[in-house]
Design a protein around this ligand. Structure first.
Ligand code: MG
Ligand code: ZN
Length: 229
């Protein structure tokens, strides 16, 4: 295929995806559901972070998870083990979740009215940034073990995200990774990106993450009330 044709095909795929994402957004709004799309490289600790977060957030909000991996339902099983409903999507050869997969998986979850849905995307710092799933915000998870230059190498991912969660902060003293540099590089791609540092292993920093989530919930409820007036 010549490059013009490739660009056209890409545009068609994204256009179709965006239309389905808009339908998802309408569906989520009807349920007053807040949806976060978590993205990272493989091994950054998205699932460990979610296991801890949902086991605490479920006390305050109806909570559910849709997870994407090429194969296995290991992640969904880990979420269900803490009493939170989870649907696993297997993408096969696919390297990202798309809006149609989310729409279909969401219909298989119990109703989460006034709740929170976390989408755990396929571990990949490239194309998940381009696919709108109908979420309220994208969250990028980066671990201390990855080195500080990921935001320089994959700027689109950081530009698309509202929040960067830096995980494995308990390992900071053992590693060369420079936290200030990581944050500085992420803000080159996105000056408005917010940052929390956590350890999914020890629980350090989760208070700040919940404060951020509560703020998004309050923001969404204000928007709903505003629209109703
Ligand atoms: Mg995972
Ligand atoms: Zn992909």
């Amino acid at each position: 295929m010549d490059s013009e044709r490739i660009i056209r095909v890409e545009r068609d795929i994204l256009g179709k995806n965006n239309a389905i994402a808009a339908d998802n957004r309408t569906l989520f709004a009807a349920d007053e559901l807040l949806v976060f799309n978590l993205m990272s490289s493989p091994g950054a600790g998205k699932t460990s972070l979610l296991v801890r977060a949902v086991s605490e957030l479920k006390l305050s909000y109806p909570t559910g998870v849709i997870g994407g991996d090429q194969q296995t339902s290991n992640d969904a099983e880990r979420i269900r083990a803490v009493g939170v409903p989870a649907i696993q999507v297997n993408t096969g050869k696919g390297c990202h979740l798309d809006a149609a997969m989310i729409g279909e998986a969401y219909r298989r979850l119990p109703r989460l009215t006034h709740g929170i849905l976390f989408i755990e995307n396929v571990g990949n710092l490239v194309c998940p940034a381009a696919f709108d799933l109908g979420e309220a915000c994208k969250i990028v998870v980066l671990s201390m073990t990855e080195g500080e230059d990921k935001p320089l190498k994959y700027p689109d991912m950081f530009a698309a995200s509202s929040l960067m969660v830096i995980n494995k902060i308990d390992l900071a003293s053992l590693l060369e990774c420079d936290l200030d540099k990581t944050v500085g590089y992420a803000r080159r791609a996105n000056p408005k990106i917010e940052v929390v540092t956590v350890s999914a292993r020890t629980g350090e920093g989760f208070g700040a993450l919940y404060t951020w989530i509560d703020r998004q919930v309050a923001h969404q409820r204000r928007a709903v009330e505003g629209a109703g007036q």
